[in-house]
Design a protein around this ligand. Structure first.
Ligand code: AMP
Length: 542
């Protein structure tokens, strides 16, 4: 027997419809690419998204077309997303931090037909547009007065293009499993792989993201997504913001400490989300200026392991709650968040930080397990680590075009490529990427644990641990360190600091000091290049 409840497909444009009706006057504030701070509302974004949809349709775009965006977090970018999805087309976010050739490859693979591009990236697009065979239309996210001279074919200023529509448009209706968005993962090896979100997965993910023990958003919140819309959907904030009616503050292209602080302060931001490096810049700015954070209540920190020192500083010095989070592009992207279950709530000091250093537990809608190399489930004892596998309605079931099929198994589990353990309370902790873990004498050493520990040293700016071949143990850890400006710690200083805080056999066999550690386009340490850089390195213990 079937239930007798209504069919109400979970379509993304329903989110912006809801925002318009229930939270129409709620503001969306952006630092524009042209410079000034600009203000709009959910009602206005809704109206302009309808115009985007109408105007795209007039240009001949429709169901299933991939429409790229190469843009920072602004209200215009949000309008573009909803307009694109509202005709059943697919927003395809491009990461401008990738190499131009890689972006061209991705656009060709996705067969993007049009692109919304910020002024910042016009020169970049000019370099590659000729190589993108499918591209028919370029919409520069600016007005006529700021429209640059460009060699791009079929380029038009967004505001002019939009003015040709009146917004008298009805969203298209289609199945909720229709593709809505696309984002390529920038793996450190091989070609990037496309993740294809559906309307249903985006709406369910927005609900999961907003739940109290996830981001915990309410309409009274003022949310500043520093995490870019071009990387992992701004962690769903472009959807959960309108769903909840939280005021949004969009940082545009300025993510330095002073610029972020200005927005936090003038807009009275209560909630923000970003990767650890952004928070490090902000904390450094606060330290230099002596400024405080009277409005900010909570920050979600993820994308890379959050150093303990950041969590402690936010909470002890600024009274801001830190929620450590883990996820990936393939998971829309949220996987787990670390709020405190009742059994941990009373913890204080170091014991509390120990729990908060974990990546946390998943909201309803994400299942996880850890397995050994033969896919046997491992115990949830908080120490046995293995391959982290996940499944759920907002987790990819395949990559676009069928790449990477070996990461998906017949029971619907997706192998994240991360190595983790889970404790008896259900808290997951990432210990490594599977390809980065150091295998010493048949046992695994967590490089993330070593790195987190090393950056706790007051003279260390950044640290990376890699495995170096060893004739007796197979591999042993080398710690690569970037010192803070004006500081020169010795190998002995660092090893003494770490000693006693990890198992003896995990201790690095050597420490190498470098001026810089290479990073990927998404800000992660590029272990492949680091390993290449140290391929002829001989450990003193060998
Ligand atoms: P991306 O798809 O670019 O967002 O990258 C996802 C990957 O980033 C994950 O598979 C993890 O390896 C890493 N990652 C994300 N969040 C965390 C975190 N809180 N701690 C450690 N690694 C993380």
């Amino acid at each position: 027997m079937l239930g007798l409840m209504q069919e109400w497909p979970l379509l993304c444009h329903k989110l912006i419809d809801h925002a318009e009706r229930q939270h129409g006057s709620r503001e969306v504030v952006s630092r524009s690419i042209e410079g000034p701070i600009v203000r709009t509302t959910f009602a206005e974004i809704h109206h302009r998204a309808l115009k985007v949809a109408q105007r795209l349709e007039r240009d001949g775009f429709g169901l299933g077309d991939r429409i790229a965006t190469l843009a920072w977090n602004t209200a215009r970018h949000i309008e573009a997303w909803y307009g694109i999805m509202g005709i059943g087309a697919i927003y395809h976010t491009l990461n401008p931090r990738l190499f131009p050739e890689q972006i061209a490859w991705i656009m060709n693979n996705a067969e993007d037909k049009a692109i919304f591009v910020d002024l910042t990236f016009v020169p970049l697009l000019e370099k590659i547009a000729g190589a993108v065979r499918s591209l028919r239309r370029v919409i520069v996210l600016t007005d006529r007065a700021h429209m640059p001279q460009t060699s791009l074919a079929n380029a038009v200023a967004y505001e002019e293009w939009l003015a040709e529509a009146d917004g008298a448009f009805a969203w298209k209706v289609f199945d909720e499993n229709t593709a809505a968005g696309m984002c390529y993962t920038s793996g450190t090896t091989g070609d990037p792989k496309g993740v294809l979100y559906s309307h249903r997965s985006n709406v369910l993910h927005a609900m999961m993201a907003a739940m109290p023990d996830a981001m915990g958003l309410s309409t009274r919140d003022v949310a500043l997504p520093v995490v870019p819309m071009f990387h992992a959907n701004a962690w769903g904030l472009g959807q959960s913001g309108p769903m909840i009616g939280a005021k949004l503050v969009m940082p545009g292209c300025k993510m330095d400490g002073a610029s972020i602080y200005e927005l936090l302060d003038t807009e009275k931001v209560t909630f923000s989300a970003a990767v650890p490096t952004v928070w490090m810049m902000l904390l450094q700015y606060l330290e230099e200026t002596g400024k405080k954070l009277p409005y900010l209540k909570k920050v979600v920190i993820g994308g890379a392991s959050c150093p303990r020192a950041i969590t402690a500083k936010f909470q002890d010095d600024y009274d801001v709650q830190v929620v450590h989070a883990w996820g990936m592009t393939e998971m829309s992207p949220l996987g787990t968040l670390c709020t405190l279950k009742p059994q941990y709530e009373a913890l204080t000091g170091e014991a509390r930080l120990d729990v908060q250093g974990k990546q946390g537990f998943p909201p309803f809608g994400v299942e996880m397990k850890v397995t050994d190399d033969d896919n046997n489930a491992l115990p949830w004892d908080g120490k046995t680590f293995g391959h982290l596998k996940v499944r759920g309605p907002a987790v990819a079931r395949a990559y676009y075009g069928g790449a990477g099929a070996e990461q998906f198994d017949a029971d619907g589990w997706f192998d994240t490529g991360d190595v983790a353990h889970i404790d008896a309370s259900g808290y997951m902790q990432i210990t490594d990427r599977a390809k980065d873990v150091i295998k010493s004498g048949g046992e695994w050493i967590s490089t993330i644990d070593l790195e987190n520990l090393a950056v706790g040293h007051p003279d260390v700016a950044e640290a990376a641990a890699i495995g170096i071949p060893h004739s007796k143990w197979g591999e042993r850890p080398l710690l690569v360190v970037v010192s803070k400006p004006g500081r020169a710690p010795s190998k002995g200083d660092i090893l003494t600091f770490m000693s006693g805080k990890v198992a003896k056999w995990w201790m690095p066999d050597d420490v190498a000091f470098v001026g810089e550690i290479p990073h990927t386009a998404t800000g992660k340490i590029q272990k492949t290049s680091l390993r290449a850089q140290f391929k002829d390195y001989r450990l003193p213990t060998d």
